[in-house]
Design a protein around this ligand. Structure first.
Ligand code: FAD
Length: 511
C-alpha cells in the first residue's frame, strides 16, 4: 500500500459531522473551541438548541484557566471584558466560614518565597509560634491587589515567587454565550433552533445516529457533544449512563439567583458568605451584581432561603429570582459510544470555587487530544473517562474541605458538615497537613498547594509543628527576610491602578 492510499483510508474513517446538543455556555464554548481546533479538517459542526427551553442562566465566575480558553479561540481579553460587562477576579473571599465576623481569601497566586527548598509556610509557622503577627495574606500579592481594589497584569517574567499571581474574570454568562455564538458562526458553525423530541440509536452498537426535532427535522451526526444541561438528553437519557451522587459529602442541592443593580465599585474578587444552611455568592459585574444563595433543602425551605437572600443583597433587585435544583456528582462515564457530555450534562459541583466552566474547558481539551475517528475506539473513551473522574474527584475533595473545616459551632447544618466522614483521599491530605504541614498532590489536581494553604490557614487549621528544616534560619534572620518580602509587595502595589479605572480604560480601548 502506498503512503497516499494509506492516507486516503485514514481520511475515510474520519469524523465528518459533529452535532452539539445545547446552546448554553457549554454548547457555545464547545462550538467555538472545536471550530478553531479542527478548522483544517473537513468537519461540519452544528449546534442544536431550543430557545423555548432556554439555558440555566447562571455561571459568571471563573478561574484563571479561562484566559487560556480566550487565547485558544482567539478572543482578546479586552474585547471579552467589554462585551460581557466583565470584571477582574484575583480570588474568592470567604466570609463567616471560619466563624462569625471572620474572613479569609483564596488567591490566584503564591505566598512568600521558599528558601533552601523549604516551603515558605514552614518559616511562617515558625515565626508565628514566636509571636509574629502578620497573617499569610500579607505575603501574597494577589490578595493585596484584591483587598485594595487594584489591577495589575501578571508580569511576563518574575524575579521570585512574590511576583507570581494570575487573574480570572467575572462575566455576564448570557453575553459570553452570545459572543461565542457570533464567533462560532463566523467560523462556519451551523445553528438550528429546535426542540429535540427523539434520539435515534443504532440497533447494533447503540451509538446515536440522529435526533428528530419537534418541527419534523432530522439531524444526523458521527460524534455527539451533549451540552443539554442537567437534563443530559443524550448521555443520561438516551445512553442511560448512571449518575454518581455525591450528596453525602456535598449536600447543598438548590440555589436561588437574584441579580441586583451595582451599588458601587466592587473589589476584583468573588465573595462567598456562609449562611445558616449554605452560602451566598456575590459576583460583581460592570452593569450589575450577581447574587445567589446555595443551600441544603434538608435544612431550609425555598421561601426561607429566598428571604435570607433578599435580606442580604445590596442595590435594587433587577429580575425575578431564578430557582435551581441540582444533585452534586457526575455521570459514571463522561464519554459513552459516540456521545461526550460537556457541561452540566456530565456532572455538577456546586459553584463554591467557580469550577464548572473550567471543567467544560478541560473536557474539550481532553476530547481534542483523544479525538476519535468513526471507529470510536473504546480505549479513547476509557482514558477520557478515567481522567475526567479523577479531575472531578480532586475538585470535590477541595470543596468538601470548605465545609468540613468550618468553625460555625452549634449550627445544625454546619455541625453536620464538620463531623461527616470524609472521602479517603481528602482525609489523607488532611492527615499529612495536620501532622507536618505537608501537601499531598494527586494527578489531575485543579487546585495546587497555595490554594490548599489558603484554606487551611483561613480556617485556622494549622499543623502540629513546622518542618524541622525551617530551623536552619534563626527567628531574627526570618523576621528580617519577612520584612523585606512585605516591603517588596508594597513596592509592587505602587505600579497598580484602581480596578474601576482599568475597566473604564479597557472599555474605551475596546470601543
Ligand atoms: P444549560 O445552560 O442548561 O444549557 C442547556 C442547553 O440545552 C440549552 O441551550 C437548552 O436549550 C438545550 N436543550 C436542553 N434540552 C433540549 C432539547 N430537548 N432540545 C434542544 N435543546 C435542548 N459555573 C462556573 O464556572 N462559575 C460559576 O460561578 C457558576 N455558578 C453557578 C451557579 C449555579 C447555581 C449553578 C446551577 C451553576 C453554576 N455554574 C457556574 C455552572 C454553569 O452555569 C454551567 O456550567 C454553564 O452554564 C453550562 O451550562 P450548560 O451549557 O451545560 O447547560
Amino acid at each position: 500500500m502506498t503512503e497516499h492510499q494509506h492516507d486516503d483510508q485514514d481520511i475515510g474513517r474520519n469524523i465528518r459531522r459533529i452535532v452539539i446538543v445545547g446552546g448554553g455556555t457549554a454548547g457555545w464554548m464547545s462550538a467555538a473551541y472545536l471550530a478553531r481546533k479542527l478548522r483544517h479538517l473537513p468537519i461540519a459542526i452544528t449546534v442544536v438548541d431550543s430557545s423555548a427551553i432556554g439555558t440555566v442562566g447562571v455561571g459568571e465566575a471563573t478561574v484563571p484557566a479561562i484566559r487560556d480558553f480566550f487565547e485558544a479561540v482567539e478572543l482578546g481579553e479586552p474585547e471579552v471584558l467589554a462585551a460581557t460587562e466583565g470584571t477582574i477576579k484575583y480570588g474568592i473571599r470567604f466570609v463567616d466560614w471560619a466563624g462569625a465576623g471572620k474572613s479569609f481569601f483564596h488567591p490566584f497566586g503564591l505566598y512568600g518565597v521558599p528558601a533552601r527548598d523549604v516551603a515558605f509556610h514552614h518559616y511562617w509557622l515558625k515565626l508565628r509560634a514566636a509571636g509574629h503577627e502578620h497573617p499569610l495574606s500579607h505575603y501574597c500579592l494577589a490578595t493585596q491587589l484584591a483587598e485594595r481594589s487594584l489591577f495589575l497584569p501578571p508580569p511576563d517574567r518574575v524575579v521570585n515567587d512574590l511576583g507570581v499571581f494570575n487573574f480570572a474574570v467575572h462575566f455576564d454568562a448570557s453575553k459570553f454565550a452570545a459572543m461565542l455564538r457570533r464567533l462560532s458562526m463566523a467560523n462556519g458553525v451551523a445553528h438550528i433552533d429546535a426542540r429535540i423530541d427523539h434520539v435515534e440509536r443504532d440497533g447494533g452498537h447503540g451509538r446515536v445516529v440522529a435526533v428528530t426535532t419537534a418541527d419534523g427535522g432530522r439531524i444526523e451526526g458521527d460524534l455527539w457533544i451533549d451540552c443539554s444541561g442537567f437534563r443530559s438528553l443524550l448521555l443520561g437519557e438516551a445512553m442511560a449512563v448512571p449518575y454518581r451522587d455525591w450528596r453525602r459529602w456535598l449536600p447543598c442541592d438548590r440555589a436561588i439567583a437574584l441579580p441586583c443593580r451595582a451599588a458601587g465599585p466592587h473589589k476584583p474578587m468573588t465573595t462567598a458568605t456562609a449562611r445558616a444552611a449554605g452560602w451566598q455568592w456575590l459576583i460583581p459585574l460592570q452593569h450589575r451584581v450577581g447574587n445567589g444563595h446555595v443551600y441544603c433543602s434538608e435544612f431550609i425551605s425555598d421561601d426561607e432561603a429566598e428571604t435570607v437572600l433578599r435580606e442580604n443583597v445590596e442595590g435594587e433587585v433587577l429580575a425575578e429570582p431564578n430557582r435551581l435544583r441540582f444533585t452534586t456528582g457526575h455521570r459514571e462515564r463522561f464519554w459513552e459510544g459516540n456521545v461526550v457530555g460537556i457541561g452540566l450534562s456530565s456532572g455538577f459541583l456546586e459553584p463554591l470555587e467557580s469550577t464548572s466552566i473550567v471543567l467544560i474547558q478541560s473536557g474539550l481539551e481532553r476530547l481534542v487530544k483523544l479525538f476519535p475517528d468513526r471507529g470510536m475506539d473504546p480505549r479513547l473513551a476509557k482514558t477520557y473517562n478515567q481522567q475526567s473522574v479523577l479531575e472531578f474527584e480532586r475538585i470535590r475533595d477541595f470543596l468538601v474541605l470548605h465545609y468540613a473545616a468550618n468553625k460555625r459551632l452549634g449550627e445544625r447544618f454546619w455541625d453536620a458538615m464538620r463531623t461527616m466522614e470524609l472521602p479517603g483521599t481528602l482525609q489523607g491530605r488532611l492527615d499529612a497537613w495536620r501532622a507536618g504541614g505537608e501537601f499531598v498532590r494527586h494527578e489531575w489536581d485543579t487546585f495546587q498547594d497555595p490554594s490548599w494553604l489558603s484554606m487551611y490557614a483561613g480556617f485556622g487549621d494549622l499543623p502540629a509543628r513546622h518542618s524541622p528544616l525551617a530551623d536552619q534560619f534563626s527567628t531574627a534572620e526570618l523576621t528580617d527576610t519577612f520584612d523585606r518580602m512585605r516591603a517588596a509587595i508594597g513596592a509592587t502595589l505602587q505600579h497598580a491602578e484602581p480596578h474601576a479605572a482599568f475597566l473604564a480604560r479597557n472599555r474605551s480601548r475596546a470601543a
